[in-house]
Design a protein around this ligand. Sequence first.
Ligand SMILES: *Cc1c(COP(=O)(O)O)cnc(C)c1O
Ligand SMILES: [Zn+2]
Length: 424
Amino acid sequence: MTDPLITLHAPDLSERLQCVACTASFSISEVRYHCTCGALLTVERDDAWHQTLTRALLASRQLSHNPLDQSGVWSFREAILSLPPEHIVTHPEGRTRLYERRSLADFAGIEQLGFKHEGENPTGSFKDRGMTVAVSQAKHLGLDYVACASTGNTSASLAAYASQAGMRAVVFLPAGKIATSKLAQAVGYGATCLAVQGDFDEAMGLVQESASKLGMYLVNSVNPFRLEGQKSIIFELLAQRNFEAPDWIVVPAGNLGNTSAFGKALREAHAAGWINRLPRLAAIQAAGANPFYLSYADEFSHSYQVKAETVATAIRIGAPVNYSKAKRAILDTLGVVAQVTDQEIMQAKAAIDRSGLGCEPASAATLAGVRQLVQAGTIKASDDVVCILTGHMLKDPEAVLAATSLKVKEIAPNLQAVQAALGA
Ligand SMILES: *Cc1c(COP(=O)(O)O)cnc(C)c1O
Ligand SMILES: [Zn+2]
């Protein structure tokens, strides 16, 4: 596709779309999600960005009032995407905190356990980090019609960023399978919401067909620009730890966008000399939506597809689109893939909620996974581990109210009733 903007702005020749399977590469300005050979594309750059993006520059951006510097994504812009500043659509996002809670380390059976809370992003999940980049690229290319299929959080995020950019957003949702809060966000931010009578994987197929036939720009995680933005979770985590790599980084795994982005970010941070060893990735799936776990258990001899069912709707995905990139991430980092049951997820979520941090069910798969991997001896009690909490507790209130044993007590409006209820 050609676009008048491309002639106005000299393309940055150092950035290109590169096939993950063959040697083909394409202009960064091409609207394309797959190679002619059918494989996924990644954004690659030749310039030695780390020579510009020094620790001193990063530190100075911490104090700046420029919205790009205040974004936890665009403060790493030399390593994310080079765009004219006027095309960047930023909330800003990122700059999420890193927490430690003794009760949760005890729950997992280890000494030190960190939690980076991506639920602190503007729409309540890490999806904002990828969406700011994909929507900015759409604006740069002059596109104003954007679409995604979503288990909920991607649509909430797209709806917000498209509105900010003045674009029309269409979101394809599996009918009846997304948490009410996420749907309310997509509707409220002003997206056109289509409830597809089918599961997420069917919605995904339909949006791909619709995007190519109806000219909508696709911002699912097949979109390589989203993954560039999600790398900033790792860059920011490393910066928060003074560039001391942890032993393990633990992430819930659905469509495998984060797993893929984390692998790429770690390779790049290592090549840049930011860290001198690679942490190991642990990707945690729900047992009812475990195609990546099945591949891992089979030494990645092939990719699997399952009919997905789990309480953790954000990872209720049976045919993950980023399989090949995520496989590389696990192999490169000597990573592991584990599966946890819905019961283990909800137990871990209860512990996270009661620690005061709170998160949505998919995020709690991380803590359940650490506990299991510690019991199996894969993670040592002395290892330094960081879990990524991907979404906010308020994303899925139904899951809490359905699962908790702490029921709300209804009482008469008088003091005796209060005393009776408190057992006083
Ligand atoms: C999207 C999402 C995931 C899954 O991430 P992938 O990159 O698709 O593997 C996990 N947790 C939450 C809260 C999400 O929104
Ligand atoms: Zn190819």
